[in-house]
Design a protein. Structure first.
Length: 316
């Protein structure tokens, strides 16, 4: 399984110099992972090559030996192992300079439980979140226990205000229209010394963002790579259900919207947060071929994106 993931990642990974900061994809699936609980006939239960971890990015700065995680997923234990093999650390587990959370849906924060005294007994891990998310963690069990026991240290973000991580890296959070039962929803722009990455694993629709005064095309023009919500490929993917009201943009809709853009802009898009029903999960599928023919990509486990200065001939 590890060899297969490594070979897949090699086909999409940009070359990264030894001292350049980089993003690494630690998970590409929707909150329930692949296979998902209840899908008892999924081949992934018996075939490791048909499994995918829940959506997460790692951020690594080799020059400072610092590592950050975007999302604390139910798969965080395995994701920390994968991150450790890519960027080893001698620091106490989890060996993170911080965790950035988008929102309070199952796949994006529940991995924090592993920082508690029942598991690794972490000490003072910085957890960055917008105000409602911060309040939710500090006032609801079992998450408030992590705060009281000082397993985590909450650091409140302000939408639109960058957070400087070190002399080379900064993170700018922004608000995203998506279901807000327990918290607001964030997206992140990750800025390096030469390149930047957009991370929006969940959004209701690009039209809803238009109504908020933000256009995807304009944001895409300002970054080098964009990891975008791709939960479902198209309507009809889940038999017997009307999917027209689902709070996610279909991949088909995103591709149609961005079709007028030049190839270089479309090539920035890497679809992520794919549901276990999404046929685009699998290399060689017809859905994947449609995406690639249109000039887009699907995020692959362990692919890397350099945040250093772009070299001539680099692709997004």
């Amino acid at each position: 399984m590890r060899l297969l993931i490594f070979l897949l990642a090699l086909t999409v990974t940009q070359a990264v110099a030894d001292d350049e900061p980089f993003i690494v994809v630690l998970g590409v699936a929707q909150d329930g992972g692949v296979p998902q609980a209840g899908d008892n006939d999924h081949p992934g239960w018996d075939d490791a090559a048909r499994r995918r971890l829940v959506v997460s990015l790692g951020l690594v700065d080799p020059s400072s030996s610092e590592r950050w995680l975007f999302e604390a997923t139910p798969d965080i234990a395995e994701q920390l192992v994968r991150l450790g093999r890519i960027a080893p650390t001698r620091l106490r587990a989890p060996g993170l300079a911080g965790v950035f959370l988008t929102h309070a849906h199952m796949g994006h924060y529940t991995g924090l439980m592993h920082f508690g005294h029942e598991s690794m007994g972490a000490r003072g891990v910085p957890v960055y979140a917008l105000p409602r998310m911060t309040e939710y963690l500090s006032t609801n069990g079992p998450w408030d226990q992590l705060v009281r026991y000082e397993n985590i240290e909450l650091r409140e973000l302000t939408a639109g205000t960058p957070v400087k991580l070190n002399k080379r890296l900064s993170i700018r959070p922004f608000l995203v229209p998506h279901r807000q039962e327990y918290s607001e929803v964030a997206g992140f722009r990750i800025e390096g010394p030469g390149r930047s990455v957009l991370f929006i694993p969940d959004i209701d629709s690009w039209d809803a963002w238009d109504e908020a005064g933000v256009q995807l095309e304009s944001v895409l023009a300002e970054v080098d790579v964009a990891y975008l919500d791709a939960t479902f490929f198209a309507d009809g993917e889940i038999p017997g259900r009307d999917m027209s009201g689902f709070p996610h943009p279909f991949i088909a809709h995103t591709m149609k919207r961005l079709a007028p853009l030049p190839p270089a802009q479309r090539a920035k898009v890497r679809f992520i947060h794919l549901n276990h029903t999404n046929p685009a999960l699998w290399p060689g599928s017809e859905a994947r071929k449609v995406i690639e023919r249109a000039g887009y990509r699907v995020a692959e486990p362990l692919e890397r994106v350099s945040l250093g200065a772009a070299n001539p001939g680099d692709s997004p």
